[in-house]
Design a binder for this molecule. Structure first.
Ligand code: BES
Ligand code: MN
Ligand code: ZN
Length: 494
């Protein structure tokens, strides 16, 4: 864990002092630095550039922030992450990185973003490496005025970023190691530590709840499924602005089932519980962030394997809602487990639901590895999530749920089938989910198949599991306004 504090000057034991530099403040570059050396190394103060040079008291890191009037929280986070990587063999550093941020950015917000960037940039997954050398950063002194608001900002930034790192660790753990049983046990530990209510349904309880989707997907596996429910209630009733349900796809490994994936397609499929990891990540920090809403997390957990009694293409499942689904492709399993989870979430009549799922390759084709697809039935709720993503630095893009695509899910033997036509796969997956959502509940669906797991690091994003969703959901909870029910817009193009 990295400790953050404020100080009026650079502490004597600092091993590095980091200064923020803008590309357009030539006249005002810190004194006493050898700019010839920096220029020789190609330092142009671009965002993410960091160079370490000698200084009077201790070495100095110049941290690029780019053009001053273009600095947003995104640039500050990125700079923080680059600094943490450059300082990975140092334990105590001092920073004056945010002194140059424009006045329209609040200092506390900028410091919070800096802390997020530092913690996220210091992350690496090393549990499976015998030679792992973790980042050694342990103490950061923010030089400048302190006070309650600053301390709070530092603490919030750290807690949120640690929740992201926790989600990343879950995603990066191999599928044969993080079984549904272990995942559920970790959820119980989080609940005990954070003072949350928790319920774990085992296979028997899942059968009793008639979760035919989760059971159908679990049928090919040696590992029993779990269904986890976690709940946070704000401490003072009168401050409570409502209730939000978070639903996360928790496929600890997706081999595709009998509709087996290719070897290449399977390589990254330990990431198929990223939605569940994000929900558990949010729950791990929700008490610290203390949003004025009741928050319930629902995570259906199973892997999707090919055992001798696995669900066969053509089998029909009866879901928790009573609807029947003809499974024509066992690799479209996420929607089956989410259907049961959404049904259960709706029964509690929350003021809003958001589900997160690595649901479709089609969404990756459409939006690539940095942007999640956002669909749903309520403009106001979708807008809140778009705004939260903007503030938190996670990119989402609205996709439609065209009513007239719904017929692609018509089945000749059951109520619906689990795959649509060859095109628009992210949308037909969203439409499938809409069958299990009560029209009166504002609902959003985030397809995070692209940004949940990436093959290169960039800014505060690490290679592998990214923890996508944790930051924007925590922000959305803090700023939550109960959306008015908007039944006209259900599944419309928009
Ligand atoms: N988990 C996959 C989706 C996925 C693909 C996530 C790539 C991350 C990266 C999902 O269960 C799946 O297999 N979806 C199928 C659906 C199809 C069979 C209708 C897909 O996208 O190919
Ligand atoms: Mn699949
Ligand atoms: Zn999947």
């Amino acid at each position: 864990m990295i400790l953050f504090r404020t100080g009026t000057k650079v502490p004597a034991r600092s091993q590095l002092y980091a200064l923020g530099v803008c590309s357009d403040d030539n006249a005002d570059w810190p004194k006493g630095l050898d700019w010839g050396v920096l220029e020789g190394r190609g330092f142009e103060a671009k965002v993410g550039q960091v160079e370490i040079v000698s200084g009077d008291e201790c070495p100095i890191a110049v941290v690029g922030l780019g053009q001053q009037d273009k600095i947003t929280l995104r640039e500050v986070r990125h700079a923080g992450a680059s600094l943490a990587r450059a300082a990975k063999r140092m334990s105590r550093i001092a920073v004056s990185v945010t002194d140059k941020v424009p006045e329209n950015l609040e200092r506390t917000e900028a410091l919070r973003a800096l802390v997020e960037g530092i913690v996220l940039g210091a992350y690496s997954y090393g549990d499976c490496k015998s030679t792992h050398k973790p980042n050694e950063l342990s103490s950061v002194c923010v030089v400048g005025p302190g006070g309650k608001a600053v301390t709070h900002a530092l603490e919030q930034g750290r807690r949120v970023a640690e929740a992201v790192c926790f989600a990343r660790n879950l995603v990066n753990e191999p599928g044969g190691s993080l079984t549904p049983t272990k995942f559920a046990d970790i959820a119980k530990e989080v609940a005990a530590r954070e003072g949350l209510e928790v319920t774990v349904l085992d296979l028997e309880a899942i059968s009793e709840a008639k979760m035919g989707g989760l059971l159908g997907v679990n049928r090919g596996s040696e590992q029993p499924a779990r269904f986890v429910e976690l709940c946070y209630s704000p401490s003072s009733e009168y401050q409570c602005r409502g209730s939000v349900a978070l639903v996360g796809k928790g496929l600890t490994f997706d081999a595709g089932g009998l509709s087996i994936k290719t070897s290449a397609g399977m390589m990254t499929m330990k990431c198929d519980m990223s939605g569940g990891a994000a929900v558990l990540g949010v729950m791990s920090a929700v008490a610290a962030v203390a949003p004025p809403v009741k928050v319930t997390g629902y995570i259906p957990m199973t892997d999707n394997m090919l055992g001798g009694d696995a669900t066969r293409p053509g089998d029909v499942l009866t879901m928790a809602s009573g609807k029947t689904v003809e499974v024509l492709n066992t690799d479209a399993e996420g929607r089956l487990v989410l259907a049961d989870a959404l049904e259960r979430a709706c029964l509690a009549q929350p003021d809003a639901i958001v589900d997160l799922a690595t649901l479709t390759g089609a969404c990756v084709v459409a939006l690539g590895p940095k942007v999640a697809g956002l669909m749903g039935n309520n403009e106001a709720w979708l807008n809140q999530l778009v705004d939260a993503g903007d503030r938190a630095g996670e990119r989402v893009w609205r996709l439609p749920l065209p009513k007239d695509y719904k017929s692609q899910l018509d089945s000749s033997v059951a109520d619906i089938k689990n795959i649509g036509g060859p095109h628009g796969g992210a949308l037909t997956a969203g439409l499938f989910l809409s069958h299990f959502v009560d029209e009166r509940v504002p609902w959003a669906h985030l397809d995070i198949a692209g940004p949940a797991f990436v093959d290169s690091e960039e800014g505060e994003i690490a290679k592998g599991g990214t923890g996508f969703g944790v930051r924007m959901l925590l922000d959305a909870l803090v700023n939550f306004e109960p959306p008015a029910v908007d039944s006209k817009a259900v599944c419309g193009v928009g």
